[in-house]
Design a protein. Structure first.
Lengths: 399, 288, 318
């Protein structure tokens, strides 16, 4: 047996050795929670990242025409798998930059024990925990998803402006839901609104009707739901609609998903709104939407815009840094600091020429302009969306 | 009062029925094969998605998909036993428990490869409940509870009245004696898996019918279902039903007294208290 | 350079194997040597990780902490706390049959997980604790990984030697006697409940230490790390695959399962790029299948429990 287990390890090691095709590919790690609790969200996010890579390769590739390759890794939404996947991506695949992981806990672990020490720049498209801002990261950890704090507060102001003064809040008990809910609550109450119910829920239960009944007890007719539209958020929305709890439903960016429209029907979602980031120039979002639809993607899937932007930014920074891993983080700031010729999603050829000419560029992405602050965070601009036809349309800007 | 029934008790009973269907299967495996079957939840997921395939590909009505899914899942369960559990029967039971964990991973990944990971549902749109003298019930909720009761009664009748049912009970009470008296062990095991597979499919189907289908739906139900089986007294069919209902109702009612993020802890809190007060379960368990 | 990458990967794997080996040895004391079915490893892992995190991390607003104690104190604290949690659980539950202990420990672990996930003041809830100091963490990547590996290896070696000595001593013989024939052991005047409790607490303390080593490795601990799949079931698979009742088997089991777990991804990455996401599901399938294969051909574990010569005659009673 010992011999056969040795042979078995040998086969695996052989596979490791095979993992080094001798070519001039430049690799970007795409780490996502493919297995685990956010399994439903990860594939679309990775597809969006692959779209950016595909566009780069179609429009001349990186640097002297090198092929950009996305190395997909499974971070499993937990630190164990994330550090494992990050170690493999950095050391075995030799990636030049990393997009991901998706979950905050995975981001913290992978950044601390792999990418920061190894000097690899990491851009997470969906890790929203404030702890990520606090990382002692030598300026190598960024995110394209705006912090929960900003979105929660903007949503509170928008609701008050629209005349909604009393709401109940239900949020998923993880860093995403909690961050949004607390920011929302603070701003809403400060500006004179009334929170008539505020409760967290666990993921994956079969019934939330008692939660809804308890929240509705406060007398609010608007439910603010910070959850994922293709997960528990869908279950809660369904059970609220079916049982007549609440009249209006407001979600965060996690709720702006096609799943509620697909499963519940647009005709039932006339009073459902969700906030989601948009760039100052909506042209950026439109360009992404068209391109993503063209490859069969769903532009309304959660966090696809931020995933696309993170990947495109990583590619721009690599180009700018001349392929030098250690300089990617500085270059990343240079291509997105708000100064220079505007580059929209998909405009790789233009960007490449400008970089070669030494002209400053500024990426204006699908999910915002991405002018990173000192912590590597982006402020973000949001709009409130309503369901129209079988998709989402902008209801109002959020200030 | 009506609110309490409509929003706490009714969902609790529906949820409890789903748990009960799973717990009966778990308790059967415990009683006859004597191990904890960790692939139970993922087998339920498979059953739910098989029903979806029947609904969307063949176009059968939603309710007609249930028997088809039950039969196919029963076949899968028997196949899994032959392929992965059978040769471990003489080994310590813990080895089979580990094998079932491996099976759980395999079934889950199969579901994800075949059906993807998006949330799905059997019927598009929403179904509002009807009003029965103030009590609001949906067809599918009535169906859930009715089918659960029907299946459990049928199972009880089968166990009490038929030759093979008696053989299964004999295996549960005393396997050595059962073997000596000429009961075909292999047939009893196969029969057990047919029943357990069918029940798994039913619990997954009703969970999907009342909410959505997700690739992790069964895995997330596993711990409450185990709690229900132990709570009722291991090896007792009616105990598993009562255990399931208690866990379901308690989870829904817990929102009244506990912060709602602790809803999932309710099943275990009850279980721990039960272990302290009455370690044999609500109904005295036969085996263990 | 290529070999540096492979070395880094190997070092990382070794660190992980070391940490999980502590968990597996802890479980081996409970299950392998004493027959206690602990299905709540994640709970003790979590208590250890969080206690050490709270003791050693700097002040953070909104939660208890700011003690900034030395790492060693944190690790000792982790062991003490995990043992202290295990004490009442064991006291109450060890009088039941092993299956009840399994359910009780699962229940306690789930409740611990929910508390950690929900209580701001204690654990910063879902966001977790960051800024945990890592010994030699300021060295460059390779050196700091090697230094941490050295620490983990030293801790593991110490634990291994300690446990081996205990097992070979009269205490170990008594524990095996209790496991294999409780009535006989009781008849010989052994204090069975107390001995079991001893083993349960000792094993839990090692699990807590494993948790602490894990938290300091990542300088952060979040609730995602204590999911039952990665922190309980995985350890069980490792122990059973490696050989319950044999510490070397336990460590080997950890290594084999981690190698399967980690390298299977490299294997499935060979699939065409269009299947990059599906490949990850197939990987999980492969993991499940490989577990079945090992169980098929080595159901007693890769390194089964050694029969000690003097015991062979009595062991047949099992």
């Amino acid at each position: 047996m010992r011999k056969s287990s040795l042979a078995f390890v040998g086969v695996l090691l052989g596979a490791t050795a095979l993992a080094h095709p001798a070519s001039a590919d430049v690799k970007i790690g795409l780490l996502g929670g493919v297995s685990g609790p956010i399994a439903a969200m990860a594939p679309a996010m990775i597809d969006a990242a692959q779209l950016a890579i595909q566009q780069v390769n179609e429009q001349g590739g990186l640097l002297a025409g090198e092929n950009l390759v996305g190395v997909v890794g499974d971070s499993g939404c937990n630190p164990q798998n994330a550090t494992d996947a990050a170690t493999k991506a950095v050391n075995i695949e030799g990636i030049s930059a990393m997009v991901g992981p998706h979950c905050s806990g995975a981001v913290l672990a992978a950044a601390n024990s792999v990418t920061i020490p190894a000097g690899i720049t990491m851009i997470t498209p969906s890790g929203t925990s404030p702890e990520i801002s606090k990382l002692a990261d030598k300026d190598t950890v960024f995110r394209t998803v705006p912090s929960d704090d900003y979105q929660g507060r903007a949503l509170a102001r928008t609701l008050l402006e629209r005349g909604t003064g009393k709401v109940a809040v239900a949020y998923l008990n993880n860093d995403y839901g909690k961050g949004l809910a607390e920011a929302f609550k603070a701003e809403f109450e400060e500006k004179g609104g009334e929170i008539a119910g505020f409760a967290a829920h666990e993921d994956g239960k079969a019934s939330y009707r008692s939660n809804l009944a308890e929240l509705a007890d406060g007398g609010a007719d608007t439910l603010v739901l910070f959850d994922y539209g293709d997960g528990t958020g869908l279950t809660i929305l369904r059970q609220a609609l079916e049982n007549g709890f609440f009249e209006t439903f407001i979600g965060g960016d996690g709720m702006k998903s096609d799943a509620p429209i697909r499963e519940l029907g647009a005709e039932n979602l006339g009073t459902f709104y969700a906030s989601s980031p948009v760039g100052e120039q909506s042209a950026g979002l439109e360009a992404f939407n068209a391109a993503f639809k063209a490859i069969g993607g769903d532009p309304n899937a959660i966090f696809v815009t931020t995933s696309y932007d993170a990947t495109f930014l990583a590619a721009l920074a690599l180009e700018k840094a001349g392929g030098d891993k250690a300089k990617v983080h500085e270059a990343l700031r240079e291509v997105s600091n708000g100064e220079g010729e505007a580059i929209l999603p998909g405009e790789w050829k233009k960007a490449k020429e400008l970089i070669a000419a030494g002209t400053a560029i500024d990426y204006k992405g699908a999910a915002g302009d991405h002018n990173f602050d000192a912590n590597g965070d982006v402020p973000g601009t949001y709009a409130l969306w309503r369901v129209e036809g079988d998709t989402f349309a902008v209801e109002t800007e959020m200030k | 009062m009506l609110d309490l029934i409509n929003f706490y008790l009714v969902p609790g009973i529906v949820l409890g029925s789903i748990y009960a269907l799973g717990a009966v299967g778990i308790t059967l495996v415990f009683a006859i094969l004597r191990y904890a079957h960790l692939a139970h939840g993922d087998l339920a997921t498979l059953g739910a998605f098989l029903a979806l395939a029947v609904v969307s590909a063949i176009g059968l009505p939603v309710y007609a998909a249930l028997p088809v899914a039950m039969i196919v899942t029963a076949g899968v369960a028997v196949g899994v036993d032959r392929l992965f559990y059978d040769y471990l029967r003489e080994r310590p039971k813990i080895v089979t428990v580990m094998a079932s964990l491996g099976v759980a991973l395999m079934i889950r990944s199969l579901v994800q490869v075949i059906w993807g990971v998006d949330a799905e549902s059997y019927t598009r749109g929403i179904s509002r409940p009807e009003n029965w003298w103030g009590i609001r019930l949906k067809d599918r909720e009535i169906a859930t509870v009715a089918v659960m009761i029907g299946l459990v009664l049928a199972l009880q009748l089968f166990l009490l009245r038929t030759k093979w049912g008696k053989a299964m009970r004999a295996m549960s009470d005393n396997p050595d004696l059962a073997l000596l008296s000429g009961i075909d062990n292999r047939k009893v095991v196969t029969l057990t898996w047919i029943i357990v597979g069918g029940l798994c499919a039913a619990s997954g189907y009703f969970l999907g019918l009342n909410t959505e289908l997700k690739s992790l739906m069964g895995w997330q139900m596993l711990l409450p279902m185990f709690a229900a089986a132990i709570l009722g007294g291991v090896g007792r069919i009616e105990g598993a039903v009562i255990g399931g209902l208690v866990v379901g109702i308690a989870e829904e009612l817990s929102v009244l007294v506990l912060p709602s993020e602790y809803k999932a802890a309710m099943a275990f809190a009850i279980l721990l208290v039960m272990l302290l007060v009455r370690p044999t379960g609500l109904l005295r368990g036969k085996v263990l | 350079m290529e070999w540096i990458g492979l070395l880094n990967y190997a070092v990382f794997m070794a660190i992980f194997i070391g940490i999980y080996a502590l968990l597996a040895i802890g479980l081996n004391i409970q299950w392998g040597f004493t027959g206690l079915f602990n299905a709540g490893i994640a709970g003790f892992f979590a208590v250890g990780a969080y206690v050490s995190a709270i003791l050693t991390s700097p002040y953070a607003e909104g939660r208890i902490g700011g003690f900034e104690m030395p790492v060693v104190i944190g690790w000792l604290g982790a062991m003490v706390a995990a043992g202290a949690i295990a004490w009442p659980i064991g006291k109450v539950c060890l009088r039941f049959r092993s299956d009840y202990l399994a359910i009780a420990t699962i229940g306690v672990a789930e409740i611990i997980r929910l508390v950690i996930k929900s209580e701001d003041w204690l654990t910063n809830s879902a966001r977790g604790i960051t800024d945990i100091p890592r010994p030699f963490g300021d060295l460059p990547y390779v050196q700091s990984q090697l230094a941490y590996l050295a620490i983990v290896a030293a801790v593991l070696l110490a634990a291994y030697l300690l446990v081996e000595r205990q097992i070979a001593s009269p205490w170990g013989r008594m524990m095996r006697a209790i496991r294999d024939n409780e009535t006989a052991a009781r008849a010989m005047g052994k204090d069975v409940p107390f001995r079991r409790l001893e083993a349960f607490v000792f094993g839990a303390a090692l699990m807590g230490l494993g948790g602490a080593l894990f938290a300091h490795l990542n300088r952060a601990i979040t609730p995602e790390a204590i999911d039952p799949m990665v922190a309980t079931f995985l350890v069980w698979i490792m122990l059973i695959l490696g050989g319950s009742g044999n510490n070397r088997g336990a460590i080997l089991g950890v290594a084999v399962v981690w190698i399967i777990w980690s390298m299977s991804e490299i294997l499935t990455d060979r699939l065409p790029a269009e299947m990059a996401v599906k490949a990850k599901y197939i990987r999980v399938f492969l993991i499940g299948l490989m577990l079945q294969l090992v169980l098929r051909f080595r159901p007693e574990g890769i390194l089964p429990e050694r029969q000690r010569e003097a015991e062979i005659s009595t062991d047949s009673a099992k």
